[in-house]
Design a protein around this ligand. Structure first.
Ligand code: ZN
Length: 441
């Protein structure tokens, strides 16, 4: 047995002083502050105790593009940033996770290296629909699909009837389909990105790109009764569409990412393609509206979309630079910095970054400091200030738009199933969806 004492234990019902007792890797009891006497007790004093973050949107890129990112570096960065569970995206690795054979290759690559728990999304890239059933049986948490070109040639997007066919199959399986919602015909009609000017890149992917795609997705979900989730919402203009669809019982949820909540277009210097991502980071008024979407609950989930690449692919030209933001290790302080200024509490941040993503993936053992769940815990100093030093990041590459930015909130330590993550022995476990209980002990 071990126990954690904090004046700020962050739980779904609020943040209060408590002693949290851990037995065999799970939370065994939550007792009044100061009441537990145990030689192994860890007294965190004023440090907050958060549930480990669950990041359901991470591109680890191994195997195949391991020079971009890999399981050892990504999971070290995750733990240093308070993330104790990540679900890996099915693309940018080679082969993409679109068959059970590639899922097996992913698992084999990950197993000896992971410092936090890792699960996998399957890919629905317009290939043989029969692969979805096999992947579902193989334990993926659901399927990722694109409505516009994915950025890598080996992972196709769903054209024409393929969206309905895919959603009909995921609905039949009872699986979640998570969707990159940008409409290619609206991108084609907009002025093309060219050169180092950020404003020109932003104009190449106007908000209507997202609006048209989300509208299409909602109609397809309605026709097929599929459960769908919109990844990385950037334009707050999609939120009324999602809210209206939900009120009509369409099973749709949405996420946004720390970079959309922390940065604005005005923060991005011309030529600084570390901030290039699709959909793009928009103006300050849009950022404010995303925060309102979090407050109202239309957005359920905040996850990183950590998608790094080697520095040479981040050329100064927004038209050709790789699109993806690296920021897994600093997502929590990025969100907390803004949340705090806007009057939100740690309970809100834990809901968006731990409870919400765990619920999305069906990870019943993760996502909250509750009796019976895994003792995935984070000691966090919410009032400490720091400036992001890219050299301190464990990501494979230091290239990040967060470099040099001032933030609030420092992760002091992370525990996975009650054990301190020290970056030495990799103690992470592979997770798979297993009916009602996604946890594999
Ligand atoms: Zn992504």
């Amino acid at each position: 047995m071990t126990a954690f004492r904090s004046r700020r234990v962050v739980r779904p019902g609020g943040t209060r002083p408590a002693d949290v007792v851990v037995q065999a890797g799970r939370i065994d009891a939550i007792e009044p502050f100061g009441s537990v006497s145990d030689p192994g007790l860890i007294d965190l004093g004023e440090l907050a105790l958060l549930p480990g973050l669950v990041d359901t949107h991470v591109h680890v890129d191994e195997p195949g593009r391991t020079s971009w990112e890999g399981f050892a570096t990504a999971t070290k960065a995750a733990a240093a940033g308070g993330v104790t569970t990540l679900i890996d995206m099915p693309l940018n690795c080679l082969p993409p996770t679109t068959t059970v054979e590639s899922l097996a290759a992913k698992r084999a690559a990950a197993e000896p290296k992971i410092h936090v728990d890792v699960g996998f999304w399957g890919g629905a890239a317009g290939g043989d629909l029969g692969d979805l059933e096999k992947l579902h049986a193989g334990g993926v948490f659901g399927f990722k699909a694109f409505l516009s070109p994915s950025g890598v040639p080996e992972f196709g997007h769903l054209v024409g009837a393929a969206l309905d066919e895919t959603l009909a199959e995921t609905a039949r399986l009872g699986a979640l389909c998570i969707v990159h919602a940008e409409a290619p015909e609206v991108i084609d009609a907009a002025p093309a990105a060219a050169g180092p000017t950020y404003a020109r890149f932003l104009a190449s992917r106007p908000p209507e790109v997202e609006h048209a795609a989300v509208a299409r997705l909602i109609e397809a979900a309605r026709r097929t009764s599929a459960r769908v989730h919109v990844v990385h919402v950037s334009s707050a203009g999609v939120l009324p569409l999602i809210a209206a669809a939900r009120s009509e019982n369409v099973a749709i949820t949405a996420e946004t990412c720390p970079h959309y909540l922390f940065l604005t277009a005005a923060d991005i210097a011309d030529g600084d393609t570390s901030a290039k991502c699709c959909p793009p980071i928009r103006e300050a008024a849009n950022r404010d509206a995303l925060w309102l979407g979090l407050a109202s609950g239309v957005i359920d989930v905040v996850v990183s979309d950590h998608s790094p690449c080697p520095p040479e692919l981040k050329t100064a030209d927004f038209a050709t630079a790789w699109g993806g933001v690296a920021g897994l290790q600093v997502g929590l302080p990025a969100v907390w910095t803004q949340a705090k200024q806007r009057g939100f509490g740690l309970t809100d941040v834990a809901r968006w970054m731990s409870t919400g993503p765990a619920a999305l993936a069906g990870l019943v053992a993760k996502g909250a400091i509750e009796i019976g769940r895994d003792a995935d815990l984070v000691a966090f100093a919410p009032d400490a200030e720091f400036v992001v030093d890219a050299a301190q990041l464990h990501h494979r590459h230091a290239n990040t738009p967060y470099a040099g930015r001032a933030m609030s909130g420092v992760v002091h330590a992370t525990w996975l199933r009650g054990e301190l993550v020290d970056g030495q022995a990799p103690r992470g476990q592979l997770l798979e969806r297993r009916g009602d209980d996604a946890h594999v002990a």
